[in-house]
Design a protein around this ligand. Structure first.
Ligand code: HEM
Length: 274
């Protein structure tokens, strides 16, 4: 076929049918980029954030469903969804390569356009954190004036996290786990009984194969999430050094603290015990 031939049979009349653009609402998606300056690099900044938010939207969709599946003892389905979330995170890890083509001088030129907007205010990201069990209720504060986002975050804060549901599953399978939550707090407290349960599972994978697989899916996910956080802070240091963030935090030092967050603590501890 020469470059000038048109593929035979390809549909060209969409007066009565749905086209690709209709189905995907590309009119809305592709018109949602509105740079506030003439700066060439602002488009990269906007698209990098928008695409990240879209992938985070899919992560939420998969994670919520995975939590429901675990609660319903449908582990096969949950594994499929958790594997997808890890792959999405890996993709977001690689996406930092595109953003790191932005130099400090280029960023400084477009910095005024950003005002005080920052990923720190991403309600979807915060919902992912809450779903994964990193429940810091102070993080509701940036959403005080956004009732819909706030309502979603309150729900996610109060709902059982992915790890909570995994531990409930362990209990249904006969492991006895002691009270796991500190009173009046959403923050997960690690416990010896949970560590013991995972240890038993890791020592006898053939006996507890699906729980063992669940543990590895969770580790995969946290591993990928850690890499995302690490690439974020490194990219940020590369671009803005130790300047404060647009969201008002100290910047790199705040993000470095976030590297210490552990989502599934006993699953990491058990590796030392084995
Ligand atoms: C040049 C690019 C970027 C810079 C300089 C940057 C810088 C920062 C800084 C300094 C913070 C701390 C909060 C603040 O004071 O603003 C932050 C938080 C955050 N950023 Fe970025 N960022 C960049 C790109 C991105 C992208 C592409 C995403 C993707 C969604 C993102 C998502 C986030 C999230 C979710 C937080 C909150 C992290 C947490 O609280 O644990 N950032 N960013």
């Amino acid at each position: 076929m020469s470059t000038e031939d048109f593929p035979e049979g390809a549909k060209t009349d969409f007066s009565a049918d749905m086209s690709y653009g209709d189905y995907l609402h590309l009119d809305r998606v592709l018109n949602a980029q509105e740079p506030r300056s003439q700066d060439h690099n602002e488009m990269l900044f906007i698209i990098q954030h928008q695409t990240s938010e879209l992938w985070i939207k899919l992560m939420l969709h998969e994670l919520r469903a995975a939590v429901r599946c675990i609660a319903a003892d449908e582990l096969g389905n949950a594994f499929k969804m958790l594997a997808r979330v890890s792959r999405i995170l890996e993709q977001l890890v690689h996406a930092w390569d595109v953003l790191s083509t932005l130099t400090p001088s280029e960023y400084s030129n477009m910095r005024p356009s950003l005002g005080s907007s920052s990923g720190f205010q991403s309600y979807q990201y915060r919902e992912v954190e809450f779903l994964l069990g990193n429940k810091n209720s102070n993080m509701l504060r940036p959403h005080r004036d956004a009732p819909e986002a706030l309502a979603r975050l309150h729900l996610a804060l109060a709902a059982p996290s992915l790890y909570d549901e995994s531990l409930r599953l362990l209990e249904r399978r006969g492991f006895s786990l002691l009270a796991r939550k500190a009173p009046q707090s959403y923050v997960y407290q690690s416990s010896e009984s949970v560590e013991k349960a995972w240890l038993e599972i890791y020592r006898h994978p053939e006996k507890y194969w699906d729980l063992y697989q669940l543990a590895e899916e969770l580790i995969d996910l946290e591993d990928a999430f850690r890499q995302w956080r690490f690439r974020h802070v490194t990219t940020v240091e590369r671009i803005i050094g130790f300047k404060p963030g647009t969201g008002g935090t100290a910047g790199v030092s705040y993000l470095r603290k976030m590297l210490d967050v552990v989502l599934f603590p006993e699953l990491w501890k058990v590796r030392t015990d084995l």
